[in-house]
Write a protein that binds this ligand. Structure first.
Ligand code: HEM
Length: 234
C-alpha cells in the first residue's frame, strides 16, 4: 500500500489552537530559563571579582523573577484555555479515558505493541496523568516562588501578596521547607523533560502520527485504518 493511501493527510484532525501552541513554547523556554537561573541562585559560582558594583547574584535573581512571572501568567492562561479554549472540548474528552479502566488497559497494552491505541480525547490516560502532574508541579513552583518573592520585594505586588504568602509559608512548615520544596521542583522538571521529548518521538514512530508536528501546526494525522477504527467506536 502506498504512503498516500495509508494516511488521512487530506483530513487532518485539529488538535491545538495557536494560543495553546504559543503557550507551550513559551513555557518550554521559561522553564529552561528558570532551571538555569535557579541552579545559579542555589549555588552562585560566578564571583564579582571583589567589586561591589556588579551585583551578579541580584542580576540572576532579577531575571529569575521576570521569567517566573511570565511562567505564572502563561500557566494561568493555559488553565483557562483547558476549560474554555477553542480546543478544550477534545482535552476535556480525555477525562472519559482517564476514568475508564478499559482505556488504561488499551493504552498500556499498545505501549507494549499489543494492539492499537484508541482513545476518545486527545490524550491517553497515562499521558493525561503525566501532564496533570506537570501542571501541579508548575503550580507548586509558582506558589513557593511567590513565597520566596515576598521576602525579597516588600512593595507593590510583593506587599500586596505578603500576608497570604506568609500564611502559605506557615502552612508549608516555614521558609526553609518552602525553599527546599522550590528547589526540589527543579528535579521534577529535569526528569520530565527528557522523558517527554523521548515519548513524543517514540509515539510519533510507534503510532505513525504527527506527535511532534502537532505542536507547530496544530494538526495531527492518523493512519486511515486507525481513523476508521476510531469512527467505528464512537
Ligand atoms: C519551573 C519553575 C521554577 C524553577 C525550576 C525554579 C528554581 C529555583 C531554584 C533552584 C532556586 C534556588 C533555591 C535555593 O536557594 O536552593 C530558586 C529560587 C528562587 N525562585 Fe524559583 N524556580 C521556578 C519558578 C519560580 C517562580 C514562578 C518564582 C516567582 C515568581 C520564583 C522565585 C524565586 C525566588 C524569589 C527565589 C529566591 C531568590 C533569592 O534567594 O534571592 N521561582 N528557584
Amino acid at each position: 500500500m502506498g504512503q498516500e493511501e495509508k494516511y488521512t493527510s487530506d483530513h487532518p484532525d485539529f488538535v491545538y489552537s495557536s494560543a495553546n501552541r504559543i503557550l507551550h513554547w513559551i513555557r518550554a523556554l521559561v522553564v529552561t530559563g528558570l532551571i538555569i537561573t535557579g541552579f545559579y541562585i542555589a549555588d552562585p559560582f560566578l564571583t564579582s571579582d571583589g567589586s561591589t558594583d556588579k551585583l551578579l547574584y541580584a542580576t540572576w535573581t532579577k531575571w529569575h523573577l521576570i521569567i517566573g512571572f511570565i511562567l505564572i501568567a502563561s500557566g494561568l492562561l493555559r488553565i483557562y484555555l483547558f476549560f474554555f479554549g477553542k480546543d478544550s472540548e477534545g482535552e476535556l474528552r480525555s477525562l472519559k479515558d482517564f476514568f475508564s479502566i478499559k482505556s488504561w488497559m488499551v493504552q498500556l497494552k499498545s505501549y507494549f505493541f499489543l494492539g492499537e491505541l484508541r482513545k476518545k480525547g486527545f490524550y491517553g490516560p497515562l499521558q493525561f496523568l503525566t501532564y496533570t502532574a506537570i501542571m501541579l508541579l508548575l503550580i507548586v513552583s509558582s506558589i513557593t516562588g511567590l513565597v520566596l518573592y515576598v521576602h525579597v520585594y516588600h512593595q507593590g505586588l510583593g506587599g500586596w501578596l505578603y500576608d497570604p504568602m506568609r500564611a502559605v509559608e506557615a502552612w508549608m512548615g516555614g521558609l526553609a521547607t518552602v525553599r527546599y520544596i522550590h528547589h526540589m521542583a527543579i528535579w521534577g522538571f529535569l526528569i520530565f523533560i527528557p522523558i517527554h521529548i523521548y515519548m513524543v518521538i517514540w509515539s510519533a514512530i510507534r503510532f505513525k502520527h504527527a506527535a511532534l508536528d502537532v505542536m507547530f501546526t496544530g494538526y495531527d494525522y492518523h493512519l486511515k485504518k486507525e481513523k476508521e477504527n476510531k469512527e467505528d467506536n464512537t
